[in-house]
Ligand binder design. Structure first.
Ligand SMILES: *[C@@H]1O[C@H](CO)[C@@H](O)[C@H](O)[C@H]1NC(C)=O
Length: 355
């Protein structure tokens, strides 16, 4: 039902769209970026926020004194939000880097949120990535997924992007979609629908980030430095508080902008992109809430695209049986099952209760 609605909408828009303000781009990520000052402001830990001389990139540092962060100067209702991020090197247990959208400062009890969270590791380069979706204060219903990366994210910057449309959400790593959340009527308010700001932060997540809090931040290795560049904010600016939200989520966005957003390459899931997404998820996803029958005994969320075949490679806790964290060069066997089992399950149960 949701699918039909979406295709109908997309088709209608494509016909109607003659003059687009956000014109479709040749490559999915040939998107214009802004200087820091054009789109963002410092949020906290100013002394640990270091802007480049051309203002096109920013380093966020964590040391004993403080983490740091920045926030978009505007709130947006839908859009495409992206940054190239290079993560801190070496021992980073307990360190969390986040790139996300939220309106938690405006709506205390009913906030919306879309997250990329990067969780540090005891083994240099083996960061884990978590995505999450909250709507209307649905914090009791986390929608986490976690992935390992097919590259070392500390060696060079990679692009992490969130497409947020009224109809669907897509998380990207570089050109590869890694997660799609199609708005299902059964989600109700759990689909983010109010204007959000864009945030980037680095902070001490010792209590939970690495093996459920077992490994803390070790400041002997500080400062932990993350680098943000290629800052893209292709959104529909909106007042943080919508006075008269229109049905369908279009409020705050001039119609050509919403049409342009919905028809842009990064908003359209082609069969090729969906195949790439499935391949990424099969190879790199370590946990998905959609197969976590223990936390959600009543059944998966309505938007979950559950496959019986795929489900067999996940434990009842939603952990992948095939994709597991491995210590590099520490003499562990490279077998597919190495490290899986009870401890991985326990780790995830601790992790997921924390964000
Ligand atoms: C959002 O949450 C509030 C408070 O729990 C509730 O009254 C409201 O109906 C919810 N809105 C949607 C769209 O679900």
């Amino acid at each position: 039902m949701a699918l039909e609605g979406r295709f109908f909408l997309a088709a209608g828009l494509a016909v109607a769209a003659t003059c687009l303000c956000l014109t479709a781009v040749a490559s999915a990520f040939a998107v214009p970026s802004v200087a820091f000052d054009e789109g963002y402001s410092p949020l906290f830990g100013d002394e640990n926020l270091v802007r480049s001389s051309d203002d096109k990139s920013v380093r966020l540092l964590l040391d004993r004194r403080s983490g740091s962060g920045f926030i978009s100067s505007d709130y947006y209702l839908h859009g495409f939000f992206s940054a190239s991020i290079k993560l801190p090197k070496a021992y980073t247990a307990g360190v969390v880097v986040a790139f996300y959208l939220s309106n938690g400062d405006v709506y205390e009890k009913t906030h919306d949120e879309l997250d990329f969270e990067f969780l540090g590791s005891r083994w240099g380069g083996q960061w884990r990535v978590q995505t999450n979706v909250y709507g209307n204060g649905s914090t009791a219903r986390g929608r986490e997924e976690r992935y390992l990366l097919p590259f070392d994210p500390t060696l060079e910057a990679h692009r992490y992007s969130v497409l947020w449309a009224p109809t669907h959400i897509i998380f990207y790593i570089d050109d590869t979609p890694i997660r799609e959340v199609i708005r299902h009527p059964g989600m109700g308010g759990d689909f983010p629908a109010k204007p959000m700001a864009v945030y980037a932060t680095i902070w001490d997540g010792s209590a939970w980030a690495t093996d459920g809090g077992k490994y803390k931040v070790n400041y002997k290795y500080a400062p932990f430095a993350s680098e943000f560049s290629d800052l893209a904010l292709l959104g529909c600016r909106a007042d943080p508080v919508l006075r008269a939200p229109r049905d369908g989520g279009g409020a705050g966005c001039a119609e050509p902008d919403l049409l342009g957003l919905l028809t842009a390459d990064y908003a359209v899931m082609t069969p090729q992109k969906r195949a790439a997404m499935r391949a990424f998820r099969a190879r790199h996803m370590t946990y998905t809430v959609c197969y976590d029958a223990v936390r959600y005994a009543a059944g998966p969320f309505p938007e979950c695209d559950v496959s019986d075949v795929e489900k067999e490679s996940f434990s009842a806790w939603g952990e992948s049986k095939n994709v597991v964290m491995k210590a590099r060069g520490r003499g562990r066997r490279r077998g597919r099952k190495a490290g899986a089992g009870a401890s991985a399950g326990a780790m995830s149960r601790l992790d997921v209760s924390s964000s």
